[in-house]
Design a protein around this ligand. Structure first.
Ligand code: ADP
Ligand code: ADP
Ligand code: MG
Length: 511
């Protein structure tokens, strides 16, 4: 194995946006030469400026640039790098890419192909977890080829059920069926959607758990078989199965539960011989039972939440582990300090069913202050492209306790202005003052359950009446849309992808 105990001197970052910058910063701290790649669309992107070197790799379309494996490997070889960091999204969970790196003598900063093959197939992964006595959601034991079999299994598990694509990700490929009639309708649609997005129909049935929380455990495992969990993150505030707000600790996880479920998460990672940073995702029902749903085999969007409460640098740890180093701490050495909240600032209009909003940002004001961290690619004059993921910034607030973090977050949201595009900031402002959020009364249907969009609309009107600041006035330009959106945003759950950015619809690259 070439990857054993080699000090990494240079890293190519096979990604863009805030995560490319995040990795470049870690490289700079470690004295590692950083190499960026960019598409036509990203010529003026900030990750290109900050890296020590940058290579143009192709047109804007991801398939021809950030997903172009051969081109990226070629570039890595030409630049003479030791390792590739894939970030999240794009090629990060592609086992062929991991394998191809190794074959070319380049360290892939992430798990090996074999583990990824299992974690990338939810059905395979579930089977391995069952064997390792990790509790999973009841459902089918394998891929369901025809609708009759799906109906049988759904009948047995009891409605409602979910149809899930074994290769789904980013909240896509999940459809709800409340009864047999709906199951029959959705089955064809779900198959087609899965084929379009992931290249394979591969559906399975899972019991739809109601009023649940999404609680996940950050994991890190080295090549010597040491595995640790870095506590939980609660990610229950979601829209269409996609996370919007994440926090740590979870208001419903006490120390005993943390240790118990954390141990299960470490066991889950060991069961697939996991290497590097990853996340074990669980659903928690109202009785407090945890069910494993999947392992995300990459650094996750929300990893800074964990960094803020543990004081660790996950990217530096990733690099250390990729070099063949041993984890420098035992489970009992780790302590949680305070509370962190993250809001994903997406270029989407929350007043208009999250329609993508793209273009040049003529100006922006990034918040600062005690406990505030912002991971972003934004700068005055930057381009928010419709080709890629809608995440423009991750706003994080840390406090000694939840309330301090929450108030800091609220104030930072007020300071944050991004001109020229619509973002999810107004929604988060409402949530930070929402009574159920404050009480920690969370579930994956939080937004609909507590009519949060209605509250957001009311609040904007109220603020305007009091003499709105610029950001609110901009939101008010949607007066017409505010009325229309309150009906559309209630729906959800059909997994519709028509409004998703082109990048989100890009198939996971060729197997
Ligand atoms: P997290 O679990 O941290 O919320 P996501 O599941 O949202 O992360 O995925 C991280 C990023 O990768 C998101 O921006 C998402 O849109 C993207 N992504 C996830 N799966 C795929 C996929 N199969 N193809 C393309 N992009 C994906
Ligand atoms: P993805 O790979 O797209 O992230 P996941 O399996 O992790 O898919 O599920 C994403 C989200 O979908 C979860 O956070 C949860 O909100 C919802 N979900 C998934 N499985 C179930 C289930 N069995 N019952 C209810 N909700 C679920
Ligand atoms: Mg998931």
């Amino acid at each position: 194995m070439t990857a054993k105990s080699k000090k990494i001197q240079s890293i190519l970052i096979a990604n863009r946006g805030e995560i490319a910058l995040r990795v470049i910063r870690a490289c700079k701290e470690l004295g590692i030469r950083s190499v960026a790649i960019y598409s036509d669309e990203d010529v003026r992107a900030v990750h290109v400026k900050r890296a020590d070197e940058a290579y143009h790799i192709g047109p804007a379309a991801p398939a021809q640039s950030y997903l172009n494996m051969d081109r990226i490997i070629e570039t890595a070889k030409a630049a003479g790098v030791d390792a590739i960091h894939p970030g999240y999204g794009f090629l990060s969970e592609n086992e062929n890419f991991s394998e191809s790196c190794e074959k070319n003598g380049i360290i892939f900063i992430g798990p090996r192909a074999k583990a990824m093959e299992v974690t990338g197939d939810k059905m395979k992964c579930k089977a391995v977890m069952k064997k390792a006595k990790v509790p999973t959601v009841p459902g089918s034991d394998g891929i369901i080829e025809d609708v009759e079999k799906a109906a049988d299994i759904a009948h047995e598990a009891g409605y409602p059920v979910l149809l899930k694509s074994a290769f789904g990700g980013g909240g896509r490929g999940i459809r709800l069926a409340k009864d047999e009639k709906q199951l029959r309708q959705e089955f064809e649609m779900a198959s087609a959607e899965s084929r379009a997005a992931f290249g394979k129909a591969a559906l399975f049935v899972e019991k739809y758990l109601q009023r649940i929380r999404h609680i996940e455990f950050q994991l890190i495992r080295d090549s010597h078989g040491n595995g640790r969990h870095l506590f939980e993150r609660e990610c229950s505030i979601q829209r269409r199965h996609q996370k919007l707000i994440e926090m740590s600790p979870s208001p419903v996880v006490d120390q005993k539960t943390r240790e118990r479920v954390g141990e299960i998460a470490v066991r889950a990672a060991a069961a697939v011989d996991y290497l590097n940073a990853g996340t074990a995702e669980f659903l928690r029902d109202q009785e407090g039972n945890f069910y494993f749903i999947e392992i995300n085999s990459r650094l996750q969007v929300e990893h800074p939440v964990t960094e803020l409460v543990t004081g660790l640098d996950l990217v530096k740890l990733q690099i250390h582990v990729a070099e063949g180093g041993e984890l420098p701490f035992k489970q009992e050495d780790l302590k949680m300090n305070g509370c962190a909240i993250e809001c994903r600032i997406n270029a989407e209009d929350p007043f208009y069913d999250f329609a993508p909003s793209t273009g040049i940002v003529p100006n922006c004001n990034i918040p600062y202050g005690p406990g505030i961290r912002v991971d972003t690619y934004l700068y005055p004059g930057c381009n928010v492209s419709g080709y890629y993921d809608s995440l423009t910034a991750k706003l994080l607030a840390w406090g000694r306790n939840f309330d301090e973090a929450r108030v800091r977050m609220r104030n930072a949201l007020d300071e944050f202005s991004i001109e020229g595009i619509n973002t999810t900031i107004p929604l988060y402002r409402t949530i930070m003052e929402e009574e159920n959020f404050i009480k920690g009364e969370l579930s994956t249907d939080y937004l609909e359950r507590f009519k949060v969009f209605d509250k957001m609309n009311e609040e904007v009107k109220e603020r305007a009446a009091k003499g709105a600041p610029a950001a609110v006035a901009a939101a008010l330009l949607h007066g017409e849309l505010v009325k229309r959106s309150s009906s559309t945003t209630q729906s959800s759950n059909n997994g519709s992808s028509s409004k998703q950015s082109r990048w989100k619809m890009t198939p996971k690259v060729a197997s």
